[in-house]
Structures are given as C-alpha cells and as structure tokens.
Ligand binder design. Structure first.
Ligand code: HEC
Length: 139
C-alpha cells in the first residue's frame, strides 16, 4: 500500500500564504494615507453632489462638466485654490456665499448657491463632491 505524503506544509506553501496576506493588506495601508473625510462627507453624499453639480445647481456652466474649469470659472480638480487651502468648510462657504465681482480674483463673479440656487443639503453635497475631486480624483 502506498504511504501517504507528509502532512507538514511545505516551505513553499508557507511563503505563498505570507505573500497573500501582504497583498491583501496593501489596500488598507494605501487607505490610511488618504486624508480622512470631513464629518458628513460620505460616498453617497459625494455621489449626490456630482449629480447636483451638473444638475440643479449648474456649476458645470462655469466650471465645466468635468470641473476642470472654463473661461468663466476656475479648475476645481487641482490642489491650487484662489483662497484658503480647499478645506471642506472653505469650499462650502464659497458655494453658500459665492464671490461678488468686487472681491473676485479672476475678475469674474460667482453666484451664491449655483446658477439655480440649491437647498442647504444640496450645497453640502456639492461641496463634498468638489472636496473629493482634489483628494482622490473621484467619480
Ligand atoms: C456664473 C459662473 C459660476 C457658477 C454657476 C459657479 N461658479 Fe464657482 N466660481 C466662479 C468663479 C468666477 C470663481 C472664482 C471667483 C474669484 O475670482 O474669486 C469661482 C470659484 C469657485 C470656488 C473656489 C475656487 C478656488 O480656487 O478658490 C469653488 C469651490 C466653486 N467656485 C465651486 C462652485 C460650485 C460647487 C458651484 C455650483 C454650486 C459653482 N461654483 C457655480 C464661477 C461660477
């Protein structure tokens, strides 16, 4: 009768298991390096904001459908900001209050709450979307 093979795991098998664990752990490490989301900024809120951006608020009229800017509004996807550091609160403030022509750095004004004024919830959602653009190059 043939003898059964050794039941001890081969060194090769052990190496594979260790490698698999390392590969599985990689995304977790990458995520930790991402800036934490501000309170209330979830994937679903960002998703809704992307709809509001091109929908009811019509931010795309000036900032472009891809938010990379037109001659009527600056690029919102890069990490350069006309004022501040592009924190969520600063972006939300810009959406809520706009920029009157006399304060505009580009010489062009921005209307408050979009081309068609949106509700407070939609303003937060669209600000969350803009916040995400310069962080993870999202949706
Ligand atoms: C009528 C055109 C217009 C519309 C509509 C518009 N914006 Fe703007 N936006 C501008 C202009 C022009 C500026 C730059 C103002 C300045 O020179 O200070 C600006 C600036 C901004 C900034 C600050 C950018 C920076 O670099 O500091 C953010 C954020 C922003 N807009 C988001 C939005 C969002 C979100 C919407 C939709 C709710 C929107 N804008 C709708 C014209 C527009």
């Amino acid at each position: 009768m043939a003898r059964l093979g050794s039941i001890h795991p081969s060194p090769c098998g052990t190496t594979l298991v260790v490698l698999a664990i390392m590969v599985l752990a990689l995304p977790a490490v990458a995520q930790e390096r991402r800036e934490p989301s501000p309170p209330g900024v979830t994937d679903s809120v960002i998703q809704r904001g992307s709809v509001v951006f091109r929908g009811s608020a019509r931010c795309d009229v000036c900032h472009g459908a891809d938010a990379r800017g037109t001659e009527d509004g600056p690029d919102l996807t890069d990490d350069k900001w006309l004022r501040g550091e592009g924190t969520f609160d600063q972006i939300l403030e810009r959406v809520l209050y706009g920029t009157p022509r006399r304060d505009a750095k580009t010489g062009k004004p921005m209307p408050m709450r979009g081309w068609e004024p949106v509700s407070g919830d939609d303003a937060r959602a669209v600000a969350a979307y803009v916040w995400s653009l310069s962080r993870q190059r999202a949706p």
